[in-house]
Design a protein around this ligand. Structure first.
Ligand code: NAD
Ligand code: 6OD
Length: 502
């Protein structure tokens, strides 16, 4: 009996407080494997849940369930009905807002003030936007003359890719997962999601939402586990997966690309970054400080679009550093449900070790430590959490690993520049190319510099201001492809030309 058969006919189980199950073919299941792992809170290292780790058979069951769904009512559903169902998913996420919020905070420790404004609302918005986009994008049509004078017409049909493997990171778990699942389902695909091992909860909870709104079984599946030699690799190597969408580290992207080569399967990758901000002396300083505070420290610096290199025009360098320091020292750590808390812990002790190794390296390289650089003292149970100090350095050469490598923590290096040309050169001197922020009140300069920065997204006088219709993705080592609006349809569908002789 396969794992799918084993779960068929069983009523869908709610996520119990202590266990996180796979969601396969519309049912929660422990799967066929015996292995589990602990999901611990980064706030205080307490156990959030015991997570079932998928075996190759469990992943196979999920892929088979997805394939079966493609041949069932999902395939026959009218576009308008599919779109309505995705709106219902968004509405149900909103109705269960507090459940999602609680699950996301339990896994990540992020402050409620952040998750309730960004993560959970975007979870719903990611379904709504693509439910609408698919209904409103026209396809091509050409009339063609033929020698017999009768002519022919050509049009393009958008057809789903099939089963899409969705591999997700831990930093914005619901947001980044639904950013892929929303368009994939809107386009008529079925998905198998592998959430990060650090943050398995909201993807699982979404299974309850899918059942509540009547999503056909097998359209949305979730398997838990790790990357290499675990659920991630089993999924990306599975021949029944037609396309792979991945957000995570560049090195992981390289491994997944190798897996996808077998069977020549398309990939969409949103990868790492080492994003610069360029602060010109003619900026509105309040705007530049407010946005840079968020871009460096929001989500404890664990945002792919976050700024880790700040270039400031020399006349305002000292004033800018002083204000950023004051801002960093004013951040409030602690209870995520306290309204005043605006900084959580890092995702895990393992990640904190990595970030601290950069803090140490900065010291040995002779950085000028403006603030932070260590681990804060926390009270009570939080003493055991993965807390870290927000940190600012100056004075390092551009060749330093602190300036070149993605740290993914609440830290930045600030350096002065003298000319626009120099700022552009410094910003582009990186193998990455995800995002850049520019602060200036001279809009001509804003346009001119934006056009010369080698990256996927440039923000002028803002950061993380997102219109979901726009192309999102990275250049160079920061990704392959663009998602968002109609661009997501490019990846989640294939165009088929139909030629009709009249
Ligand atoms: P990661 O690459 O370590 O893991 C991401 C996911 O891939 C996890 O689910 C993991 O289990 C899985 N995985 C790992 N190895 C695998 C393999 N060989 N085969 C299949 N799956 C595998 O990334 P992370 O630490 O979870 O996230 C942080 C990274 O993600 C940072 O580099 C950050 O910049 C990047 N990121 C990029 C974007 C973007 O939009 N560009 C967004 C968020 C995060
Ligand atoms: O806003 C988005 O759609 C998106 N993909 C954000 C990515 C953030 C990275 O951590």
């Amino acid at each position: 009996m396969t794992a799918v058969e084993a779960v068929q006919g069983r009523p869908a189980r709610k996520r119990s407080a202590g266990e996180t199950m796979h969601f396969i073919d519309g049912a929660f299941t422990a799967g066929s494997g015996r292995k589990t792992f602990a999901n611990r809170s980064p706030l205080d290292n307490s156990l959030v849940s015991t997570v079932h780790e998928a075996s190759a058979d469990d992943v196979d069951a999920a892929v088979r369930a997805a394939r079966a769904a493609l041949a069932g009512p999902w395939d026959k559903m009218a576009l308008a009905d599919r779109s309505a169902l995705l709106h219902a998913v968004a509405d149900e996420i909103t109705r269960r807002f507090d459940d999602f919020l609680e699950a996301e905070i339990a896994d990540t420790g992020k402050p409620r003030s952040l998750a309730s404004h960004i993560d959970i609302p975007r979870g719903a918005a990611n379904f709504k936007i693509f439910a609408d986009v698919v209904k409103n994008v026209p396809s091509e049509f050409f009339e063609m003359a033929t020698p017999d004078g009768k002519g022919s017409i050509n049009y393009a049909l958008r057809v789903p890719r099939g089963v899409v493997g969705v591999i997700c990171p831990w930093n914005l778990p619901l947001l980044l997962m639904t950013w892929k699942v929303g368009p994939a389902l809107a386009c008529g695909n079925a998905v198998v999601v592998k959430p990060s091992e650090e943050t398995p909860s909201t993807a699982t909870l979404l299974g309850e939402v899918m059942n509540a709104v009547g999503m056909p079984k097998g359209v949305y599946n979730v398997v838990h586990g790790f990357g290499p030699d675990s659920a991630g690799e089993f999924l990306t190597r599975h021949p029944g997966v037609n396309a792979i969408t991945f957000t995570g580290e560049t090195r992981t992207g390289e491994a997944i690309m190798e897996a996808a080569a077998k069977g020549v399967r398309p990939v969409s990758f949103e990868l790492g970054g080492k994003n610069p901000a360029i602060v010109f002396a003619d900026c509105d300083m309040d705007v530049a400080i407010e946005a840079t505070m968020r871009s460096v420290f929001a989500n404890c610096g664990q945002v792919c679009l976050g700024t880790e290199r700040v270039y400031v025009e020399r006349p305002i360098f000292d004033a800018f550093v002083a204000r950023l320091k004051a801002g960093a020292e004013g951040l409030k750590r602690g209870d995520p449900y306290d309204k005043a808390t605006n900084m959580g812990p890092l995702i895990s002790h393992g990640h904190r070790d990595k970030v601290l190794s950069y803090y140490k390296k900065a010291k040995t390289e002779g950085a000028n430590l403006v603030t932070g650089g260590g681990v804060p003292r926390m009270e009570g149970a939080q003493e055991s959490g993965a807390w870290i100090e927000p940190t600012i350095w100056t004075g390092l050469p551009e060749t330093s690993p602190i300036v070149r490598e993605e740290i993914f923590g609440p830290c930045c290096h600030v350096a002065p520049f003298d000319t626009e040309e120099e700022a552009i050169r410094l910003a582009n001197d990186t193998p990455y190319g995800l995002a850049c922020s520019i602060y200036t009140q001279n809009l001509a300069r804003g346009h001119r510099v934006s056009a010369r920065i080698e990256c996927g997204i440039v923000w002028v006088n803002c950061w993380f201001l997102r219109d979901l219709r726009t192309p999102f993705g990275g250049s160079k080592h920061s990704g392959i492809g663009r998602e968002g609006g109609v661009h997501s349809l490019e990846f989640y569908t294939e165009l088929r030309n139909v030629c009709i002789k009249l």
